[in-house]
Ligand binder design. Structure first.
Ligand code: 73E
Length: 814
């Protein structure tokens, strides 16, 4: 597509799609016209991809996820299509700057954090690797809230991402399915006289598909992200309307549409809310019905379902799919239980993302029965057969059988969704090597002993297109100039950079790129917060959801420690550092919200104290999201990955930082372990207890206060927080935090404090030698190729899904 063609298309869209003369068009109008121009181009690829699917007997990867944190589409699509330069020129000729138009896009924040972003990276890699794929999820009307910081506190603002429309999606009113809820089940005799069960629901909603094209990088494959939106079956209940109950008539519509209204803003802990179960069942049912329709459209028998679709469960959120597929096959398609079960197990794979016990989904039985009575029966039947086989073939005792059961009978009965997912899947994986090992030893131990062959590891990855090529154009240009551009799709080629770490001229260029990225971030932070940062300082960054296990408070204790050292001796020579934080707290997570307040409170004192602010600054970037993440990762010198060992399943931010040349300070947790293995222990700052050591310490009886008594710097830091020093004399505001740490400290902040501080002192020492730091930075990028989502997706396709590449030909390129 040439610049003049692009220009013509934009003008056409302004006139015919938007209905504005160019002279009156706003930036938003131009953005939309450009987005529609790009979308037209994607549609050609899309149609050919669908055509290939219809013509050939192909298998499709279906990624079921309650979250897809896509981030802005425009820049990514321009990159993947390879038309950025032409577009830049075209819009310039129309008096616009491309960067201004890019800034017009509202980010679709349909996810909380790593889990949702992983789904988005996997969609990018699937298309780039030319694998047919459908992403299935929920079209939330309101995504993750926007975070504002007022007086140091987080405020949540509704995310109205659809307010100006969404040019990337295409509504498909012809692709709708009914989803039932409630009611009861009953026996009946079918035509052949056989006794069967049917579900008599008392409510139904309609799910409508909204499709977004997912373009691969420089290939013709363009896959589909299909998100379901709930609608009332009929807009009005005319019966009620006629009897004068106007509001009653609208009520059903309101209730139905509520299902896809809002994303639950919780990362990790489960909330057990009724609407959440409705959301899960709603999108899973629509998706499975859609697959069955596609199968029928191809004239394929139901038995071939697992040959045509590999369905991956992104955590337990879609795991009701196991029962729903059984219902569709047994009740609606009249397959035998045994045949249906074989299909189900061959179809599903289950990815576990967390070991935190409080995050494992279980549903109270009464709630489940009320909403999904037929599914409850199906789960009972699955459970009865499963436990019988366990008793028979494995001679397990009652205790063991109880532990494996899909129903937790301790106290209020609950359905264990992870157990349903395990029983109903032929493959079960964790998201980093350590995590997959711990799964086998802890939460899924009994299942591992039963079916060791089902268990495997798929270390997470991130897309190098968005998180390097797009986010860090300067570094990408330098790398491409040095080793060619093959690394963008074959990140193992980054290894070719290794020898250049010894080249002083290359190191200088590397530093200049980092410097310029830091300047850009400093400009952004100044604009957002009024805090001035010097790009010659070390940028020490921790951005991720705020959670106690991630230990942002350990980081802030280091800041306070440096503050105290400088207050004691203002002349102390310390390497100047900017501490940059970002991340959202779940609105109901009391301690996490106080951690945000503490970061801002410490920042206020530090940044305004002339004794220290020439060497220390603290900034909290409000509203951390994909968009500003793209500014943050490339600007980091030091990446903070300091979770308590055994708690972070993988982490993916750690990978984004490493690929962009940040050095990591981290524990042996999640994918940190593998990052360290890859980059070399000499290029990684390791500290802290190992998983085994944390377990031992907690078994022995952990006494956090003993660490305060044994460490004067820690004692001083804690005393200062408690004294109100950072809170204008208010001794109450941080009391819950301090008490929690001193009395229980569930994530061993105090136990790791001394080693963390010692390690940070080592970091400061290395920073003093910029040539060496740069050498290490280059080696981090050069050796991070493993953490591409392309590698991860290849493993899923080859080892779990059996989905092969299918090159798409563009037949009529006009
Ligand atoms: O370690 C991360 C992991 O990198 C993990 O905490 C996160 O998933 C990432 C991708 O694998 C995660 N999110 C959730 N569970 N694990 C979660 C749970 C409930 C709701 C929303 C997200």
């Amino acid at each position: 597509m040439s610049a003049p063609e692009i220009k013509k298309s934009i003008l056409d869209h302004l006139t015919y799609s938007i209905g504005r003369p160019p002279s009156l068009a706003s930036k938003q109008d131009y953005y939309k016209a450009l987005a529609l121009t790009v979308r037209d181009r994607l549609q050609q690829h899309w149609v050919e991809t669908v055509q290939a699917y219809l013509e050939q007997d192909l298998k499709v990867a279906c990624y079921l996820s309650a979250e897809f944190l896509m981030g802005p589409h425009l820049g990514n699509n321009l990159l993947n299509l390879g038309i950025e330069n032409e577009v830049r020129q075209a819009v310039k000729e129309m008096g616009c700057e491309l960067d201004e138009l890019l800034a017009e896009e509202e980010e679709p924040g349909l996810g909380n954090g790593g889990l949702g972003r992983l789904a988005a990276c996997y969609m990018d890699s699937l298309a780039t690797l030319e694998r047919l794929a459908l992403g299935y999820g929920i079209r939330y009307e309101f995504g993750i809230f926007d975070q504002e910081i007022r007086d140091g506190w987080q405020c949540e603002i509704t995310d109205k991402w659809l307010r100006s429309g969404n040019p990337w999606e295409i509504a498909k009113p012809e692709i709708t399915y009914y989803v039932n809820f409630g009611g009861h089940t009953e026996y009946y005799r079918d035509e052949a006289g056989a006794e069967r069960i049917r579900w008599v629901p008392d409510r139904a909603v309609k799910g409508m598909a909204y499709d977004t094209p997912i373009q691969g990088y420089r290939v013709n494959t363009c896959n589909t992200l299909r998100l379901w939106s709930a609608e009332a079956c009929e807009s009005f209940d005319f019966q009620a309307f006629n009897t004068g109950d106007y509001y009653g008539a609208v009520d059903d519509k309101v209730i139905s549409e509520t299902i896809t209204k809002v994303l639950y803003p919780n990362d990790e802990p489960e909330i057990g809310k009724r609407l959440r179960l409705l959301q899960q069942y709603f999108f899973v049912s629509c998706s499975l019905q859609d697959m069955l329709r596609l199968l029928d459209a191809q004239g394929q028998p139901t038995q071939r379902f697992p040959e045509k679709f590999a369905v991956q469960l992104n955590d337990t959120h879609p795991s009701i799919g196991v029962a729903e597929l059984m219902r569709l096959l047994v009740d609606e398609r009249r397959l035998s239980w045994e045949d249906a079960w074989d299909i189900t197990v061959l179809t599903f794979g289950y990815t576990n993302h967390t070991l935190l016990p409080e995050a494992l989904e279980t549903w109270p039985l009464p709630l489940f029965r009320e909403l999904l009575p037929r599914h409850l029966e199906i789960i009972y039947e699955i459970n009865a057969r499963f436990l019988a086989s366990v008793r028979e073939t494995h001679h397990q005792d009652d205790e063991h059988v109880k532990r494996l059961s899909l129903i937790d009978e301790n106290g209020e009965k609950r359905i264990r969704m992870a157990h349903l997912a395990c029983v109903g899947s032929h493959a079960i994986n964790g998201v980093a090597a350590l995590h997959s090992e711990l799964l086998k030893r802890s939460v899924l131990k009994d299942f591992y002993e039963l079916w060791p062959e089902r268990f495997n590891n798929k270390t997470n990855g991130v897309t190098p297109r968005r998180f390097m090529a797009l986010a860090n154009p300067k570094l990408s240009e330098l790398i491409t100039r040095t080793i060619g551009d093959g690394w963008i799709t074959h990140t193992e080629e980054l290894r070719m950079l290794e020898p250049f770490s010894e080249d002083a001229a290359f190191r200088k260029e590397w530093r200049l790129v980092k410097q310029s990225n830091k300047q850009q971030l400093a400009d952004y932070i100044l604009k957002q917060t009024g805090i001035e940062l010097d790009p010659s300082w070390m940028f020490d960054v921790q951005v991720k959801r705020i959670h106690e296990y991630k230990r942002q408070h350990l980081n802030i204790l280091h800041v306070i420690t440096l503050y105290n050292r400088l207050k004691r001796d203002p002349k102390l020579a310390i390497a100047p550092r900017a501490f940059i934080f970002g991340g959202k707290a779940a609105p109901g997570y009391f301690i996490a919200k106080r951690i945000i307040k503490l970061i801002n409170a410490v920042g206020e004192v530090v940044n305004n104290d002339p004794d220290v602010n020439k060497k220390l600054r603290v900034a909290f970037v409000p509203n951390f999201n994909v968009q500003n993440g793209q500014l943050i990762y490339p600007a980091a010198d030091l990446s903070e990955q300091i979770s308590m060992a055994g708690k972070e399943a993988s982490g993916t931010g750690n990978m984004k930082f490493t690929l962009n040349g940040a050095l990591t300070i981290g524990t042996l947790d999640g994918a940190n372990v593998e990052i360290r293995d890859e980059v070399g222990e000499e290029n990684f700052f390791l500290f802290g207890l190992t998983t085994e050591e944390t377990l031992r310490l907690q078994q022995q009886g952990y006494r956090p206060y003993a660490y305060v008594e044994g460490n004067s710097e820690l004692a001083e830091a804690i005393r200062l927080i408690a004294s109100g020093h950072f809170s204008h004399g208010d001794t109450e505001v941080f009391r819950p935090l301090v008490d929690n740490l001193c009395q229980s400290d569930p994530f061993l902040v105090f136990a790791d404090y001394a080693d963390y501080i010692a390690c940070q002192d080592k970091v400061a020492g290395v920073w003093k030698d910029p040539e060496n730091w740069t050498r290490m930075s280059i080696l981090n990028t050069a050796r991070a190729g493993k953490f591409s989502s392309d590698r991860a997706i290849r493993e899923y396709c080859d080892e779990i899904w059996d989905v092969r590449p299918v090159p798409i030909m563009i037949k009529d390129k006009t």
